[in-house]
Design a protein around this ligand. Structure first.
Ligand code: NAP
Length: 266
């Protein structure tokens, strides 16, 4: 399957890198400037175009890795050059399937995806929302594409703002948590680099415990707390500070803001 990545910025390059490492993907890409095209061609050893029509000409999958404010214009521009059954995938935050549909031929298979920055470490979380025009085979292929850079899940588009608030904004929340835990370690006498390493690996380990045991996080938390011990004492202090509701309300706030992203960008 020939795959065209339109836009080779942070996310476009992340996908190129993951797909190249996974192997079996026939890749081309395009950028706006010749400077970026030259650099990306050098880094990946792939055909990189500055003409989007050339990039999509033979492509079965076309991934639009563009800023939200550019995406509809570029989609409309490449529409006449697309193969009839090529699946178009947009990763632009805040641009919904109905808007994308207006820029493309009526029956063009269409999917929307919301990845996150840990895709760069191939530990990403991507949610894929297919339009009815996408075939089950195309949905499977697009899922496999994002699995090259982490995990991927298929959901209805009605959930996309909540997804944006949780998994797309979420890495920033966890960085803050890691930094705060490390501060606590430093305050208790650890060197900064040691504190960051301990906080990071503890976060990673706890996440893997939730993922691998399938247990509810509350059950895993209970297993760490001994009666009258230091962990339950710290947890009560965190509850006093409203940590749980601050995090939950933060996700809710990000989800609410996600609904108006495009109108603020343009
Ligand atoms: N970064 C994230 O964490 C993240 C997470 C989820 C979703 N997203 C979404 O991913 C999308 C891309 O974000 P990004 O961070 O990768 O952006 P970026 O780093 O700014 O990259 C944008 C790329 O688009 C290219 N471009 C602009 N206009 C073009 C055109 N007309 N034709 C072809 N290429 C064109 C640019 O080329 P030049 O360099 O030549 O100008 C650049 O390579 C956004 O819609 C964002 O909402 C990002």
């Amino acid at each position: 399957m020939k795959t065209a990545i339109i836009g080779a910025g942070v996310m476009g390059r992340t996908l190129l890198s993951g797909l190249q490492a996974a192997g079996g993907w026939d890749l081309v890409a395009s950028t706006r400037s010749t400077e970026t095209a030259t650099k990306v061609a050098e880094d990946f050893g792939l055909p990189i175009f500055t003409d989007n029509h050339q990039a999509v000409a033979d492509a079965d999958l076309v991934v639009l890795c563009l800023k939200p404010k550019n995406i509809l214009q570029v989609a409309a521009d490449v529409a006449p050059a697309l193969k009839k059954h090529a699946a178009v995938i947009s990763i632009a935050a805040g641009v919904n399937l109905a808007d994308l549909k207006t820029a493309l031929p009526a029956l063009q298979p269409l999917l929307r995806a919301m990845p996150n920055t840990p895709c760069q470490a191939r530990a990403g979380m991507t949610v894929i929302c297919p339009a009815p025009s996408a075939s089950s085979e195309q949905i499977k292929t697009v899922k496999r594409m994002f699995e090259a850079v982490g995990r991927a899940l298929i959901l209805e588009e009605e959930h996309i703002n909540a997804v944006t608030g949780l998994s797309a904004s979420g890495p920033a929340f966890i960085y803050l948590v890691i930094e705060a835990l490390a501060d606590g370690g430093v305050m208790s006498g650890l060197p900064r680099n040691v504190a960051v390493e301990l906080a990071t690996q503890t976060t990673l380990g706890a996440a893997r415990m939730v993922q691998e045991t399938g247990q509810h996080p509350a059950a895993l938390k209970d297993a760490v707390t001994t009666p009258a011990g230091c962990t339950i004492s710290a947890l009560l202090r965190m509850e006093d500070g409203g940590l749980r509701s601050v995090l939950a309300r933060g996700v809710e706030e990000a989800a609410r803001r996600a609904g108006g992203l495009l109108s603020r960008e343009s």
